[in-house]
Ligand binder design. Sequence first.
Ligand code: GLC
Length: 511
Amino acid sequence: MQLKTDDPVTSSETPAETFKRSSSRKAGKRRLKILLVTPEISESVFLATNGKQAPCVKAGGLADVSALLLDSLTDAGADVHVALPHFRSLFEPGPNGHSRRLHLCKDREFYYRKSVYDGCSNSNLRAAFAFQRDVIHYVMPRIRPDLVHCHDWMTGLVPAAARSMGIPSIFTMHNLHDEQTTLSHIEDRGIDSARFWNHLYYGRYPHSYEETRSHNPVSMLGSGILAADRMNTVSPSFLNELNISGHGVSWQVADAVRGKISAGHASGILNSLPESRSPRQDRYIYRQYDAATHIEGKRENKIELQRILGFDENPNAPMFFWPSRLDPVQKGCQLLAEILQQVISDYWESGIQVVFIADGPSARHFDDIAESQGLHRRIAVRKFHEPFSRLGYAASDFIFMPSSFEPCGLAQMIGLRYGSLPIAHLTGGLRDTVKHLDSHAGTGNGFLFEVHNSEGLRWAIDRAMEFHLGPEEEKQRNRQRIMSDAVNAFSPEKMISEYLGMYRSLIPINA
Ligand code: GLC
């Protein structure tokens, strides 16, 4: 259904302002109803302030962006609902009652899971089917949203089902991961895909339902993109790279994205951070600080982290921090593994320290390096824990982001706000948020390398060390400038304006 108002648009008005104005005009009447369908969400201010505890279930940045979207769209005046799997054992805090806008999809599959994605295709598909069965058969028909906004492959069937129900949809691609299945598997798990099978993306041309049902593979990610009315990536450069190089995605996904681009139905919307994600307000760090007080603030946080980790307490030691999943497929940690020992040895006199606060398959590898070389006062590997990770940003001078691809990345934006400068590969969202530093000219905010190998990373580490060992005044001036710029950069207003612009193109809230 379409909501129409006859509000005139003033040329200086942003989509967020128009949206808020038209929503408030309708006070007492119905507001625009949006259903966010996501497998992960961080603690949302909006769900928490409803008098209920907001559950948090997080595997990566998708959770943070989902919570930010929910809160910012609600602030802009929309009636936002969220569908989420009922990951009973993963919720922190457990859902002791919850807002009526949170739709927890129930299935025994979710009850005993140890993580949102567990490394086994079959079990991830089972979870995705159970989730989507509830969304398609119960949540969408019950709440009849004006628009459905889906996130990543686990929601890939929903746009096709929404299309069959006449509900417009948007698909946001946060990552490249895809799973292939068949209609018969989908139906065995209780989803009536015969109703929308003709909107899905198959491995071969689907001549008929009968011929397609058992043997023609369905791409979950390709289907989500194909069937949605609009798709977006989480940075402009990542969309461009998908169009040009494809980043090794299946041809179904590449073709679906290119089809949307040529129809003018694809965009790259850069992720953002809530204003509260700042060292001035962070209650988890040892000493709060901002751009003007960063010297003292970062110094005290560094000494605190060094004390906790059993490192030498040395405020001048250059500290490097690894903030994200230790995943060699995307995050490039193998590049660091190849050169870590040499880097430590070459810069030994400076007191160099490297801290990993991250989970993932390569964590053991870094622990082994520290163990076998007796480097426990220089290298520390600890499990991911949000409060501890915040201290990592506040204490460190540099963060590592040598990703082979990066749809957006949030860690580099957080690093910039906390004055920890990114050492990053020139790709995806890193390209849109990090510029190579020229400390004499006072431009740029990090250290970028172009060729994705360990020599490239080593080159960028050497540039970071040059900066660290350079004139003190130049270092402080640049860090202060970078932190001040980052306060207003990456703000949710721009991101929300762009999403609202996309919603408006599907639901004319003004004619
Ligand atoms: C995924 C991507 C990351 C992005 C995040 C949120 O984790 O890998 O680049 O920032 O989703 O969109």
